[in-house]
Design a protein around this ligand. Sequence first.
Ligand code: AQP
Length: 332
Amino acid sequence: RPRVFSGIQPTADSFHLGNYLGAVRNWVTMQETHDTVYCVVDLHAITAGHEPATLRQRIRLAAAQLLAVGLDPDRCTLFVQSQVPEHAQLAWVLNCITGFGEASRMTQFKDKSARQGADRSSVGLFTYPILQAADILLYQADAVPVGEDQRQHLELTRDLAQRFNSRFGPTFTVPAPHIIRDTAKITDLQDPTAKMSKSSSSPAGIIELLDEPARSAKKIRSAVTDTGREIIFDPEQKPGISNLLTIYAALTGRTIDDLVQAYDGKGYGDLKKDLGQVVAEFVEPIRQRTQQYLDDPAQLDKLLAVGAEKARAVAAVTLREAYDRIGFLPGV
Ligand code: AQP
């Protein structure tokens, strides 16, 4: 079976629909077909400032949500990044083969540091994609299921893998991005030209999986839509309605064409009301199951410890091999 690796940051209390439809939903289905390794990337979550007690809570919240949407620890490896020290160790090595100019070209860093003020951004935010490369390469992943916003980071990962392999001998699998075109970018409900994002969307622009269902329905009803009245799929001219159709299709399994036909002659209000209901019904069981996992943190921590052990068994072998190739002395 081909192996996949992917990660998600515990930087908010709840995942949003962009995280779910762009990435995590595929994580669940890939358990059927791939050898799957999934990670709550808490080392990444400290790159832009954090509060310790909140972080600890959010790591558990992230793991609980992943279990609630259908990750099965018997079928995948689910773990927390900081519990596998090889991530930070390999990241250092990769830092040393990454060009400063190359890292400077990463658009996510440019965007985030522009928002924070360049002088106040951490070096960790700058080297974020290099840590991400270490995450992926440690598991010799063949594919990485992520949203479109991660494409550039994946390209860097591939470059670093190839560079290391050609300089020091074949060590890493060069991974391919696995981006589902239809839901690669879910947009902000209030600004449908921007991606739905934890850090830059307003609360009204994001559907959070753990929100009150009635609140989610209301957000859909208040989504910014486009001029005109026709319900058609046209992301250029009608980004608002097209985003709602994308979400509707993804959550129900109906095709966009089918939805466009079904709403022929109806108004934006009808579509929003129905989609509000669909979203509310979708999030409610996730909320309940997440709470069940959170009610027993000791059990959750145990499950994550088992995951970390499984992950480490793979990561340690790769790191050892990389260290050998570089010329470090044998491990003690
Ligand atoms: N709007 C989106 N549409 C499709 N996929 C998305 N992803 C994020 N937003 C969208 C995908 O979710 C996965 C988890 O990524 P992450 O933990 O790095 O989340 P993120 O990118 O930090 O999420 P945000 O909301 O975009 O946060 P900020 O604002 O901090 O960058 C990834 O696979 C990502 O592609």
